[in-house]
Design a protein around this ligand. Structure first.
Ligand code: AMP
Ligand code: TRP
Length: 340
């Protein structure tokens, strides 16, 4: 396969569009951190250009970009071992995004479920950027020649589109230039659900704050949110299969497994027969134990935004050193004259 010719390189991104949730942490950040210990070059990006596909207040966007960076650092992303930057500081991303707007087909975009969900009945009123979003995401990945993309389950279709764009580019220009990147979707936390409705994913932008855990929530709030989390009247069963059809119960078991680095099977083995009065406080204690050190490190980092900006700027320089030559080569392949 084509990807064997490429350096194993991880790329992933997170939008600075509000607070960071437990879904981001369990579905993405934890895996990003552990990949630093594996045989990859790692590049992690705060995708501010993706954030503005829906309206962002400029001051709130600046704050969210720094806070998201602080969350990544506090979770264990090490700028000495990984490249950490914000997307808009490396123009090659947006430039390759344009080329991919000319490779991706309208029919492919029309199949993107995230666009359909976000646009809803309002598809005429949303930005053109929201529609083109996945082509920019493909550019993020491919301008770094990334081979592996660790994401939550909701991003799987976008990574598949990235593969289609790479394959079409390679085919149309008769080259073997872009890798066919693999999604990495592993572990119990790849689909953390809304605490109030187990059929919806936990997101930054849901209507009620009670439906999500934010990385900045304090111990009391975390305990309250789990206590009020929707469940059913049954205790935890003896087997994982018996949780089928109990989406909210399954979600809390998965969250427990993600936070304690174990499997849902092991959680069920430990808590078989337990009622919510026992399980929910245990879950809240575990969440507080895991999240409190991260949130206090985040607030320490946020006391010095200048330092965060310096980390992002240094990361952008490293990212540009990889991305710019790949962009130049792409222009060459496409036939764009570059006389300077
Ligand atoms: P976003 O906040 O949409 O930019 O997402 C950043 C990363 O977090 C992506 O890899 C998402 O798939 C992941 N993610 C976001 N929400 C969840 C969730 N509820 N469960 C699992 N992963 C998530
Ligand atoms: N679309 C991703 C999300 O909403 C964020 C993202 C942008 C991304 N570019 C990326 C993820 C490249 C992985 C690789 O979560």
């Amino acid at each position: 396969m084509a990807e064997t010719n490429f350096t194993p390189r991880v790329f992933s991104g997170v939008k600075p569009s509000g607070g960071i949730t437990l879904g981001n942490y369990l579905g993405a950040f934890k895996r990003w951190v552990s990949m630093q210990d594996e045989a990859y070059e790692n590049t992690y990006c705060v995708v501010d250009l993706h954030a503005i596909t829906v309206w962002q207040d400029p001051d709130a966007l600046r704050h969210a970009t720094r806070e998201t960076t602080a969350a990544l650092l506090a979770s264990g992303i090490d700028p000495a071992r990984s490249t950490l930057f914000n997307q808009s500081q490396v123009p090659a991303h947006a430039e390759l995004g344009w080329i991919f707007n000319c490779v991706a087909r309208v029919g492919w975009m029309n199949r993107m479920t995230q666009f359909k969900d976000k646009a809803g009945k309002n598809a005429e009123k949303v930005s053109l950027g929201l529609y083109g979003y996945p082509a920019l995401m493909a550019a993020d990945i491919l301008v770094h020649h990334a081979t592996h993309v660790p994401v939550g389950e909701d991003q799987k279709q976008h990574v598949e589109l990235t593969r289609d764009i790479a394959a079409k580019f390679n085919h149309d220009y008769k080259v073997d230039f872009f890798p066919i990147a693999e999604p990495v979707i592993e572990g119990p936390g790849t689909r953390v659900m809304n605490l109030r409705d187990g059929s919806k994913k936990m997101s930054k932008s849901g209507e009620s704050d009670m439906e999500r855990i934010n990385m900045t929530d304090d111990a009391d709030l975390i305990a309250k949110k789990f206590k009020k989390a929707r469940t059913d009247p049954e205790p935890l069963p003896e087997t994982l299969e018996a949780l089928d059809g109990r989406a909210e119960a399954r979600n809390l078991v998965d969250i427990y497994a993600g936070l304690s680095d174990t499997t849902p099977e092991a959680v069920i083995a430990e808590y078989a027969g337990a009622g919510w009065g026992r399980f929910k406080p245990a879950l809240a204690d575990l969440a507080v134990a895991k999240l409190a050190p991260i949130s206090s490190e985040m607030s320490r980092l946020m006391d010095d935004p200048g330092e965060i900006d310096r980390i992002l700027a240094a990361g952008a320089e490293k990212a540009e050193a990889v991305a710019q030559p790949i962009l130049e080569k792409t222009y060459d392949i496409v036939g764009l004259v570059r006389g300077r």
